[in-house]
Write a protein that binds this ligand. Structure first.
Ligand code: RUB
Length: 310
């Protein structure tokens, strides 16, 4: 358990960051934990695995791709419980971990292909903007670049953890022209660079088609609305939170105030919400592995593609 707690801390502390990355690592941590487990019988094994699942889920409250992945593995295990031989339990977990990993990777590839089609043909100028760091968004931009499309990327630094620098570095490395601005310049940048398209990632999607992403995302969506710039969200369907369909509200993670001000004078309340909602009204399309559609249709597409996860 000690190693699992250390692994969980890597997610909690943001050493491992970004919804997809968090999901991939969390399922690996569960699988590695299972390999280290020594249990006398299957019941004890299940109890320990459920405990580990709970610890991992609690690291980041707004991450359904992780939660869906862990639940996918545990549900599969539950279905096969009667026939499992205790010493082979880790092999079964590894198998379903790999299956979920492949689902995420295949989605990512497909989203990159679909998203890149939104960029005009080679030769035409195009300015695209993003916020924070999303591997789905960088995947689209890298694919567009690979296809020889000509564009500039404008990105925000993303306070307080500056994930925007990661985006800027990845794009630069791929030879993409990057303009990096402070978050409060996002409105200025949209107008100044006459942005043609905005794409952000998502941490969670609710049954109404609201997306939850890094704080600042709603501001960018409102700017897009005001300036008539198409606003897209790139996300695998696996970030849909099926519990929202049952009336449960998605949780917005509040992070340590020290990320904002390490040593503030006494008497100041500092709040550090990690994420915020963007209503479907401001989203022109959700770019998923099933295609581009209105975010309000997410639950139907999710049920169609991943029926056993509903
Ligand atoms: C990262 C963030 C990203 C989404 C999507 O927040 O908001 O836009 O997680 O990432 P944090 P991806 O740094 O707090 O985890 O598209 O890679 O899944």
């Amino acid at each position: 358990m000690e190693q699992l707690l250390k692994d969980a801390q890597k997610i909690k502390s943001l050493e491992i960051q970004g919804a997809s990355n968090v999901a991939v690592n969390a399922i690996s941590f569960l699988s590695n934990y299972a390999k280290r487990l020594k249990c006398e019988n299957i019941e004890v094994c299940f109890k320990k695995l459920c405990e580990a699942q709970g610890i991992l889920i609690e690291t980041r409250p707004t991450e359904p791709a992780m939660k869906n992945g862990l639940k996918f593995i545990m549900n599969k295990l539950e279905q096969e419980k009667e026939s499992i031989i205790t010493k082979y339990i880790s092999d079964i977990i590894e198998k379903y971990k790999n299956l979920y990993y492949d689902m995420l990777q295949n989605s990512k590839k497909r989203i990159a292909e679909i998203g890149a089609r939104r960029f005009p043909a080679q030769g035409q100028k195009f300015n695209v903007m993003t916020h924070c760091h999303s591997s789905l968004v960088t995947g689209i931009l890298l694919e567009a670049k690979k296809q020889g499309k000509n564009f500039k990327a404008i990105n925000t630094e993303t306070q307080p953890r500056l994930q925007g620098r990661k985006t800027a570095q990845e794009l630069l490395k791929a030879g993409i022209e990057v303009i990096h601005v402070v978050d409060s310049a996002m409105r200025w940048a949209v107008r100044h660079y006459q942005i043609d398209l905005i794409i952000i990632g998502a941490d969670s999607i609710t049954s109404e088609g609201t997306i939850i992403n890094k704080i600042g995302s709603r501001l960018l969506a409102l700017v897009a609305h005001e300036e008539h710039v198409p606003f897209y969200v790139a996300s695998p369907l696996l970030k849909y939170n099926p519990e929202t369909n049952l009336g449960i509200l998605e949780t917005i993670e509040m992070r340590d105030p020290q990320e904002i001000w390490e040593d503030p004078p006494e008497g100041i309340e500092i709040l550090n919400p990690a994420f915020e909602t963007v209503s479907r009204r401001y989203i022109d399309g959700l770019i998923t592995e099933a295609g581009i559609f209105a975010s309000s249709h997410v639950s139907q597409y999710f049920a169609k593609m991943y029926p056993e996860m509903v």
